[in-house]
Ligand binder design. Structure first.
Ligand SMILES: [Zn+2]
Length: 379
C-alpha cells in the first residue's frame, strides 16, 4: 500500500524551518535556538527539558529533550537532530525559490541540521493531529555536534529508554540511511629535539623539524589506507627562529576505520614508525592517541532496517543503505548502547554558503519519521 505525504503540513513545516534558520545557533551559542525549540514543544502541549551539557563545554545552552507519551505499549523510539550550525552562521536569511531554500549567499543555510529539527517538530504535530497509535517517542535536539559531538557525548541516555534511535542528519535522496560509520582516533606527536645556536654550535642541537620530517615521510600510509580506513596529518607547529635549532615540533592528525580492530592496528603502526624514524635523528617522541568517538555498523538483518523497510515501502521511497566517512551523533548513541542510524533529510552542499534544501525532501523526511513510528506500533 502506498500513501502520499499529505498528512504533513508543508506550509507549517516551511514556516518552522525558516524561523529556525533565522535564529542564530552556532556551536556553543545555541541559547536562542534551545528557547525557540522549547517554546514550540510547549505550544504543542509537551514538557521539554534542558540538560546541563552546555556547562561542561562552555556553551550557553544544553540539549533539549522531550518525551511524547505513547498511546500504545510499543517500544520507545528516539529521534535526534543537532541544533547547532557551522560558521558563517550568524544572521542567516532563508531565500525560497520554488521548491528550493537557500541562504542569501553570505552564510550557510543551516539545513545541517535545522532541517532535521524542523522535520521532527512537524512529525510530532502530525502524530497528535492524526491520532496515530505510537509508543513513547523521545526527541533530542543536541548542542555542539559540529565541534565534536559534545552534546551527544554529555547526554544522559539512562533517562531515555529508547529501543532504537534515528538521527536526522544526512544528505542524499530521502530513504538514504547511513548504517556504517568509522571509529575515529585523534593523534598528537610531540617531537623533542635540543635547542642550540644555529650559527655558533649547531652540532650541540638536535633538529626537531628534521626529525619530524623524516618521521612523517617514512609513515607507512597517508590518506586512504584501505576501503574502510583513512588517515591524515592536518596540523604542524614548531620552531622559534631561524638562528635556533628547533627543539620541539607538534603534529596533529587522525585515523578512522569502520573496523575498530584495523583502527587499533593502523594507529599502532603509525606510532611505531613515527617513533623509530624520529629516534634515528636522535629526537624523542611523545605520542598521544585519543578515541574521538566510536563507530557503528547496523546490518541488514537488524530490526531497525525492518522498520525502515516498512516505512519507506509505505511511502514508495527507496531504501538506500550506505556507509559514511564522517562522525555524527549516531556514533555516540551506538557507543552508548542505543542502536541508531542516520537518515537523510535532503540537506545538500552543507558547510558552504551555497547550501540548499528542497521543501519536498523535508516533507518526505517528515512523512518517513511518522511512518517509522507507525510501523513500530504495528504488531
Ligand atoms: Zn550535521
Amino acid at each position: 500500500m502506498s500513501r502520499d505525504s499529505s498528512n504533513v503540513n508543508t506550509e507549517r513545516l516551511v514556516k518552522t524551518f525558516c524561523e529556525l534558520v533565522e535564529t542564530d545557533s552556532t556551536s556553543g551559542n545555541e541559547r536562542q535556538m534551545a528557547d525557540l525549540i522549547k517554546r514550540k514543544l510547549e505550544e504543542s502541549g509537551y514538557v521539554p527539558e534542558e540538560d546541563n551539557a552546555g556547562e561542561a563545554i562552555g556553551g550557553n545552552a544544553g540539549n533539549v529533550i522531550v518525551r511524547i507519551p505513547g498511546n500504545t505499549d510499543a517500544p520507545a523510539l528516539l529521534f535526534m537532530a543537532h541544533m547547532d550550525t557551522v560558521e558563517p552562521g550568524m544572521g542567516k536569511k532563508p531565500v525560497i525559490n520554488g521548491d528550493i531554500i537557500t541562504s542569501d549567499g553570505t552564510t550557510v543555510l543551516g539545513g545541517d541540521d535545522l532541517a532535521g529539527v524542523a522535520c521532527i517538530l512537524e512529525a510530532v504535530k502530525v502524530l497528535d493531529e492524526q491520532n496515530i497509535p505510537h509508543g513513547d517517542v523521545y526527541a533530542v535536539f543536541s548542542i555542539a555536534e559540529e565541534t565534536g559531538l559534545y552534546g551527544a557525548k554529555a547526554l544522559d541516555t539512562s533517562k531515555i529508554p529508547a529501543k532504537y534511535a534515528f538521527v536526522l542528519d544526512e544528505g542524499g535522496p530521502i530513504g538514504t540511511v547511513a548504517i556504517k560509520a568509522p571509529y575515529h582516533n585523534k593523534i598528537t606527536f610531540v617531537v623533542k629535539g635540543k635547542a642550540a645556536h644555529a650559527g655558533v654550535c649547531p652540532e650541540e642541537g638536535i633538529n626537531a623539524i628534521r626529525a619530524a620530517s623524516a618521521a612523517i615521510s617514512n609513515l607507512p600510509f597517508m590518506g586512504r589506507i584501505d576501503e574502510e580506513s583513512t588517515c591524515n596529518l592536518g596540523i604542524i607547529k614548531g620552531g622559534r627562529a631561524t638562528n635556533i635549532v628547533p627543539d620541539e615540533v607538534i603534529i596533529e592528525g587522525e585515523l578512522r576505520s569502520i573496523s575498530e580492530q584495523k583502527l587499533d592496528e593502523y594507529t599502532g603502526k603509525w606510532v611505531e614508525s613515527f617513533k623509530n624514524s624520529a629516534e634515528k635523528e636522535k629526537a624523542t617522541v611523545q605520542a598521544e592517541v585519543k578515541r574521538a568517538y566510536g563507530g557503528y555498523f547496523i546490518p541488514d538483518t537488524h530490526p531497525i532496517m525492518g522498520l525502515l523497510k516498512k516505512a519507506t515501502d509505505a511511502l514508495n521511497l527507496p531504501l538506500i543503505p550506505q556507509s559514511t566517512g564522517g562522525g555524527s551523533d549516531t556514533n555516540v548513541l551506538n557507543t552508548k548502547g542505543i542502536p541508531a542510524v542516520n537518515l537523510s533529510v535532503g540537506m545538500a552542499n552543507v558547510h558552504g554558503t551555497n547550501e540548499q534544501i528542497a521543501i519536498s525532501d523535508m516533507v518526505k523526511a517528515t512523512a518517513l519519521i511518522v511512518e517509522i513510528i507507525k510501523a513500530n506500533a504495528e504488531k
